[in-house]
Design a protein around this ligand. Structure first.
Ligand SMILES: O=C(O)CCC(=O)C(=O)O
Length: 278
């Protein structure tokens, strides 16, 4: 993917972690959604968008996105970018990390992978159980000085152009930030917390050899509907945004092929044929 960026400018990364973003009633809805949707696939990962054509799944999805839009997360996006966010439901994912299943771990990467663009974007990584002690959490790479766009995105672009893996090793990170030019922080967070960061923050599944229990998590991926990545222009996608005049205070939208996102109702969603993976 070719990406236009100002090579000399330095990257201002956004990261913050908050506890108590989802209270227990909200967590119960998120857990029901995670369990229900994962049960529909034979994998450790799925996305909300994948299940939008199924009415029972949509009930679980609706409960979750209502909780999301009532949480503090959309306002965090609005504070940073001056716009209310929409959730990209295709890229809002659910993960199960089991202690004895190393194949589901993800190495160092940036969420730039989802869009190849510098437009407004935040992901809220939200564990549904306490992580960092007996359940696998998330590692964050914290550079000691802000890297330049070129040092960060150059290696990404070179790999993307060749179709190579977009997972980076520790040595790769040494090459980008300089040896000793970053720290690795392992997040120890209670259930219902959110680690919120942008598309420039390297992160990976925590290496936690002593893990004994499974962890579920959501990755809520927020964008500005008026500034979508160029690479999504020809894609079909589902979004959800706050809509104060509607029954649930939320509105689902569909974007098909080259068209703009437009509201979609249950009957249109029921008629869709979404290919399920896994
Ligand atoms: O939850 C994990 O183990 C990794 C998730 C992640 O890095 C991602 O979805 O981008």
């Amino acid at each position: 993917m070719a990406v236009a960026f100002d090579k000399a400018s330095s990257i201002t990364m956004f990261f913050r972690a908050d506890t108590g973003v989802f209270d227990l009633p909200a967590l119960l809805d998120l857990r029901a959604c995670a369990g229900g949707l994962l049960a529909r696939v034979s994998r450790q990962r799925t996305s909300l968008g994948q299940h939008m054509a199924n009415p029972e799944a949509r009930t679980l999805i609706t409960a979750t996105v209502k909780r999301f839009f009532k949480s503090s997360l959309p306002d965090l996006f609005a504070e940073r970018f001056g716009k209310q966010p929409a959730l990209n439901l295709i890229f809002t994912t659910i993960r199960l990390q089991e202690p004895d299943l190393p194949t589901s771990r993800v190495g160092w990467h940036i969420d730039f992978n989802f869009m190849g663009d510098t437009v407004p974007f935040l992901v809220a990584w939200t564990p549904l159980e306490d992580v960092g002690e007996t359940r696998i959490g998330l590692d964050i790479c914290v550079p000691t000085t802000p890297p330049s766009m070129a040092s960060m995105l150059g290696p990404w672009q070179a790999r993307s152009a060749k179709g190579d893996s977009l997972e980076f090793s520790d040595d790769d990170l040494d090459g980008i930030f300089g040896s000793g030019g970053y720290q690795v922080r392992s997040l120890r967070l209670p259930a219902g917390s959110s680690a919120v960061f942008d598309q420039f923050v390297f992160h990976r599944t925590q290496n936690l050899a002593r893990a004994t229990e499974a962890r579920h998590s959501f990755e809520f991926r927020m964008v500005d509907l008026d500034a979508l990545p160029a690479s999504w222009r020809h894609r079909t996608a589902f979004f959800c945004r706050r809509c104060p005049n509607s029954e649930d205070n939320i509105q689902f939208l569909i974007k098909r092929d080259d068209g703009p996102p437009r509201p979609v109702d249950d009957s249109e969603l029921d008629a869709l044929n979404i290919k399920m993976h896994g």
